[in-house]
Design a protein around this ligand. Structure first.
Ligand code: HEC
Length: 215
Protein backbone atom coordinates (compact mmCIF):
# COMPACT_ATOMS: atom_id res chain seq x y z
CA UNK A 1 0.00 0.00 0.00
CA UNK A 2 1.52 3.37 -0.94
CA UNK A 3 1.46 6.33 1.46
CA UNK A 4 -1.34 8.32 -0.18
CA UNK A 5 -3.62 5.25 -0.12
CA UNK A 6 -2.81 4.66 3.54
CA UNK A 7 -3.76 8.28 4.36
CA UNK A 8 -7.07 7.80 2.55
CA UNK A 9 -7.83 4.64 4.55
CA UNK A 10 -6.99 6.33 7.86
CA UNK A 11 -9.04 9.40 6.95
CA UNK A 12 -11.92 7.15 5.92
CA UNK A 13 -11.85 5.26 9.23
CA UNK A 14 -11.79 8.51 11.16
CA UNK A 15 -14.86 9.69 9.25
CA UNK A 16 -16.68 6.44 10.15
CA UNK A 17 -15.81 6.82 13.84
CA UNK A 18 -16.90 10.47 13.79
CA UNK A 19 -20.09 9.40 12.02
CA UNK A 20 -20.88 6.93 14.80
CA UNK A 21 -20.33 9.50 17.54
CA UNK A 22 -23.03 11.75 16.10
CA UNK A 23 -25.11 8.89 14.66
CA UNK A 24 -28.88 8.53 14.55
CA UNK A 25 -30.84 8.64 17.79
CA UNK A 26 -32.58 5.51 19.05
CA UNK A 27 -35.94 6.89 17.81
CA UNK A 28 -34.43 7.46 14.35
CA UNK A 29 -32.99 3.94 14.35
CA UNK A 30 -36.42 2.55 15.31
CA UNK A 31 -38.02 4.48 12.43
CA UNK A 32 -35.35 3.24 10.00
CA UNK A 33 -35.82 -0.35 11.16
CA UNK A 34 -39.60 -0.12 10.77
CA UNK A 35 -39.15 1.33 7.29
CA UNK A 36 -36.68 -1.44 6.37
CA UNK A 37 -39.02 -4.16 7.67
CA UNK A 38 -41.94 -2.73 5.70
CA UNK A 39 -39.80 -2.57 2.56
CA UNK A 40 -38.55 -6.15 3.04
CA UNK A 41 -41.85 -8.01 3.54
CA UNK A 42 -45.17 -8.22 1.72
CA UNK A 43 -48.57 -9.82 2.24
CA UNK A 44 -48.43 -13.40 1.06
CA UNK A 45 -51.28 -15.83 1.64
CA UNK A 46 -52.33 -15.88 5.30
CA UNK A 47 -49.11 -14.09 6.37
CA UNK A 48 -50.11 -10.43 6.40
CA UNK A 49 -48.06 -7.26 6.88
CA UNK A 50 -50.16 -6.55 9.99
CA UNK A 51 -47.88 -9.04 11.76
CA UNK A 52 -45.31 -6.24 11.88
CA UNK A 53 -47.62 -4.04 13.97
CA UNK A 54 -46.84 -4.33 17.67
CA UNK A 55 -49.64 -4.12 20.24
CA UNK A 56 -49.24 -1.92 23.34
CA UNK A 57 -47.72 -4.75 25.35
CA UNK A 58 -45.20 -5.67 22.66
CA UNK A 59 -44.14 -2.03 22.31
CA UNK A 60 -43.68 -1.66 26.07
CA UNK A 61 -41.69 -4.90 26.30
CA UNK A 62 -39.42 -4.29 23.29
CA UNK A 63 -38.52 -0.71 24.17
CA UNK A 64 -34.94 0.02 25.29
CA UNK A 65 -36.43 1.27 28.58
CA UNK A 66 -37.95 -1.48 30.74
CA UNK A 67 -41.68 -0.95 31.42
CA UNK A 68 -42.53 0.66 34.79
CA UNK A 69 -44.17 -1.38 37.55
CA UNK A 70 -47.49 0.36 36.75
CA UNK A 71 -47.26 -0.57 33.03
CA UNK A 72 -46.34 -4.17 33.93
CA UNK A 73 -49.33 -4.34 36.26
CA UNK A 74 -51.67 -3.09 33.56
CA UNK A 75 -50.24 -5.57 30.97
CA UNK A 76 -50.90 -8.43 33.43
CA UNK A 77 -54.42 -7.19 34.25
CA UNK A 78 -55.33 -6.91 30.57
CA UNK A 79 -53.89 -10.36 29.87
CA UNK A 80 -55.80 -11.82 32.82
CA UNK A 81 -59.03 -10.23 31.56
CA UNK A 82 -58.43 -11.69 28.07
CA UNK A 83 -58.48 -15.30 29.29
CA UNK A 84 -61.46 -17.35 28.15
CA UNK A 85 -62.24 -20.26 30.42
CA UNK A 86 -63.79 -23.37 28.81
CA UNK A 87 -67.54 -22.69 28.78
CA UNK A 88 -68.45 -26.24 29.85
CA UNK A 89 -65.77 -26.32 32.56
CA UNK A 90 -63.89 -29.13 30.74
CA UNK A 91 -60.15 -28.53 30.83
CA UNK A 92 -58.93 -31.87 29.47
CA UNK A 93 -58.66 -33.78 26.19
CA UNK A 94 -56.26 -36.41 24.85
CA UNK A 95 -52.62 -36.22 25.98
CA UNK A 96 -51.42 -38.17 22.91
CA UNK A 97 -52.78 -35.45 20.63
CA UNK A 98 -51.26 -32.90 23.03
CA UNK A 99 -47.89 -34.58 22.65
CA UNK A 100 -48.09 -34.32 18.83
CA UNK A 101 -48.98 -30.61 19.13
CA UNK A 102 -46.17 -29.96 21.60
CA UNK A 103 -43.62 -31.53 19.27
CA UNK A 104 -44.85 -29.74 16.13
CA UNK A 105 -43.46 -26.36 15.17
CA UNK A 106 -45.46 -25.95 11.99
CA UNK A 107 -48.22 -23.51 10.99
CA UNK A 108 -49.00 -19.82 10.39
CA UNK A 109 -46.80 -19.79 7.31
CA UNK A 110 -47.57 -18.02 4.00
CA UNK A 111 -47.85 -21.45 2.36
CA UNK A 112 -50.70 -22.56 4.68
CA UNK A 113 -54.06 -22.45 2.95
CA UNK A 114 -56.03 -21.44 6.05
CA UNK A 115 -55.46 -19.51 9.28
CA UNK A 116 -57.53 -22.13 11.17
CA UNK A 117 -55.57 -23.13 14.31
CA UNK A 118 -56.33 -26.79 13.48
CA UNK A 119 -53.32 -26.79 11.15
CA UNK A 120 -50.94 -25.37 13.77
CA UNK A 121 -48.55 -26.99 16.22
CA UNK A 122 -47.65 -25.54 19.63
CA UNK A 123 -43.86 -25.47 19.18
CA UNK A 124 -43.51 -26.20 22.90
CA UNK A 125 -40.37 -28.32 22.31
CA UNK A 126 -38.65 -25.23 20.89
CA UNK A 127 -38.51 -23.69 24.37
CA UNK A 128 -39.22 -26.52 26.85
CA UNK A 129 -38.08 -30.02 27.67
CA UNK A 130 -41.18 -32.25 27.75
CA UNK A 131 -40.13 -35.86 28.13
CA UNK A 132 -37.08 -38.07 28.46
CA UNK A 133 -37.21 -39.46 24.91
CA UNK A 134 -36.59 -36.10 23.20
CA UNK A 135 -33.32 -35.91 21.28
CA UNK A 136 -33.29 -32.13 21.45
CA UNK A 137 -35.36 -29.31 22.89
CA UNK A 138 -35.04 -25.60 23.61
CA UNK A 139 -34.23 -24.14 27.00
CA UNK A 140 -35.75 -20.63 26.74
CA UNK A 141 -38.48 -21.83 29.10
CA UNK A 142 -38.20 -24.13 32.15
CA UNK A 143 -38.32 -27.93 31.73
CA UNK A 144 -41.90 -29.25 31.77
CA UNK A 145 -40.78 -32.85 32.44
CA UNK A 146 -42.97 -34.19 35.32
CA UNK A 147 -44.98 -30.92 35.29
CA UNK A 148 -48.06 -32.51 36.90
CA UNK A 149 -46.17 -35.07 38.96
CA UNK A 150 -43.95 -32.40 40.56
CA UNK A 151 -47.09 -30.53 41.57
CA UNK A 152 -48.57 -33.61 43.23
CA UNK A 153 -51.37 -34.06 40.65
CA UNK A 154 -52.72 -37.63 40.83
CA UNK A 155 -56.25 -36.74 39.60
CA UNK A 156 -56.44 -33.55 37.48
CA UNK A 157 -60.22 -33.40 38.05
CA UNK A 158 -59.91 -33.42 41.86
CA UNK A 159 -60.85 -30.22 43.69
CA UNK A 160 -57.32 -30.04 45.13
CA UNK A 161 -55.88 -29.81 41.56
CA UNK A 162 -58.02 -26.83 40.49
CA UNK A 163 -55.54 -24.09 41.36
CA UNK A 164 -52.82 -25.72 39.22
CA UNK A 165 -55.36 -26.46 36.46
CA UNK A 166 -56.44 -22.80 36.27
CA UNK A 167 -52.87 -21.52 36.42
CA UNK A 168 -51.85 -23.86 33.57
CA UNK A 169 -54.85 -22.87 31.39
CA UNK A 170 -54.09 -19.18 31.96
CA UNK A 171 -50.43 -19.80 30.99
CA UNK A 172 -51.48 -21.40 27.72
CA UNK A 173 -54.17 -18.81 26.94
CA UNK A 174 -52.09 -15.73 27.69
CA UNK A 175 -48.71 -16.09 29.41
CA UNK A 176 -48.56 -12.32 29.97
CA UNK A 177 -51.15 -12.75 32.74
CA UNK A 178 -48.31 -14.10 34.91
CA UNK A 179 -45.13 -12.66 33.38
CA UNK A 180 -45.78 -9.28 31.69
CA UNK A 181 -43.00 -9.53 29.11
CA UNK A 182 -43.06 -13.32 28.75
CA UNK A 183 -41.63 -14.60 25.46
CA UNK A 184 -44.10 -17.51 25.46
CA UNK A 185 -46.65 -17.21 22.62
CA UNK A 186 -50.23 -16.28 23.68
CA UNK A 187 -51.75 -19.45 22.27
CA UNK A 188 -55.42 -18.84 23.10
CA UNK A 189 -55.43 -15.05 22.95
CA UNK A 190 -53.72 -14.87 19.55
CA UNK A 191 -55.82 -17.77 18.17
CA UNK A 192 -52.71 -19.87 17.51
CA UNK A 193 -54.43 -22.90 19.08
CA UNK A 194 -58.14 -23.56 19.70
CA UNK A 195 -59.89 -24.75 22.86
CA UNK A 196 -59.78 -28.45 21.86
CA UNK A 197 -56.02 -28.24 21.21
CA UNK A 198 -55.43 -26.45 24.53
CA UNK A 199 -57.37 -29.22 26.31
CA UNK A 200 -55.08 -31.83 24.70
CA UNK A 201 -52.03 -29.90 25.93
CA UNK A 202 -53.54 -29.60 29.42
CA UNK A 203 -53.81 -33.41 29.49
CA UNK A 204 -50.22 -33.74 28.33
CA UNK A 205 -49.09 -31.54 31.22
CA UNK A 206 -51.39 -32.84 33.96
CA UNK A 207 -52.54 -36.42 33.19
CA UNK A 208 -50.45 -38.78 35.37
CA UNK A 209 -50.33 -41.27 32.42
CA UNK A 210 -48.94 -38.79 29.87
CA UNK A 211 -45.44 -38.88 28.39
CA UNK A 212 -44.61 -35.77 30.46
CA UNK A 213 -45.52 -37.39 33.79
CA UNK A 214 -45.31 -41.17 33.46
CA UNK A 215 -41.67 -41.63 32.40
C1 HEC B 1 -40.79 -19.04 22.55
C2 HEC B 1 -40.64 -19.85 23.72
C3 HEC B 1 -41.80 -20.62 24.29
C4 HEC B 1 -42.68 -21.45 23.64
C5 HEC B 1 -42.76 -21.77 22.15
C6 HEC B 1 -43.51 -22.03 24.67
N1 HEC B 1 -43.16 -21.54 25.90
FE1 HEC B 1 -43.95 -22.09 27.69
N2 HEC B 1 -42.71 -20.77 28.66
C7 HEC B 1 -41.75 -20.01 28.05
C8 HEC B 1 -41.04 -19.25 29.08
C9 HEC B 1 -39.90 -18.28 28.82
C10 HEC B 1 -41.62 -19.58 30.30
C11 HEC B 1 -41.18 -19.07 31.69
C12 HEC B 1 -42.10 -18.05 32.23
C13 HEC B 1 -42.33 -16.87 31.29
O1 HEC B 1 -41.39 -16.11 31.05
O2 HEC B 1 -43.45 -16.76 30.81
C14 HEC B 1 -42.68 -20.54 30.01
C15 HEC B 1 -43.49 -21.12 30.96
C16 HEC B 1 -44.40 -22.14 30.73
C17 HEC B 1 -45.21 -22.78 31.73
C18 HEC B 1 -45.19 -22.49 33.23
C19 HEC B 1 -44.12 -23.31 33.88
C20 HEC B 1 -44.12 -23.19 35.39
O3 HEC B 1 -43.32 -23.92 36.01
O4 HEC B 1 -44.86 -22.38 35.96
C21 HEC B 1 -45.97 -23.73 31.10
C22 HEC B 1 -46.97 -24.67 31.73
C23 HEC B 1 -45.64 -23.66 29.69
N3 HEC B 1 -44.68 -22.67 29.50
C24 HEC B 1 -46.20 -24.48 28.73
C25 HEC B 1 -45.95 -24.35 27.36
C26 HEC B 1 -46.59 -25.17 26.34
C27 HEC B 1 -47.54 -26.32 26.63
C28 HEC B 1 -46.13 -24.73 25.13
C29 HEC B 1 -46.56 -25.17 23.76
C30 HEC B 1 -47.99 -25.12 23.47
C31 HEC B 1 -45.19 -23.65 25.39
N4 HEC B 1 -45.10 -23.46 26.75
C32 HEC B 1 -44.50 -22.97 24.42
C33 HEC B 1 -41.46 -19.97 26.70
C34 HEC B 1 -42.11 -20.68 25.72
Amino acid sequence: MNTSRLILVVAGSAAIVAGCASGPSSAELDAQTTQMMHASFRDQGIAKMSRLDQDTMQKACSSDVAPSAAVEKSIMEQAQASIQWPADGKFFGDWRKGDKLAQSGRGMSWSDKSADPKGNGGSCYNCHQLDKSELSYGTIGPSLLHYGKNRGITDPNAASAQEVVKYTWSRLWNAKATVPCSSMPRFGHDKILDVAQLRDLMSLLLDPQSSVNAQ
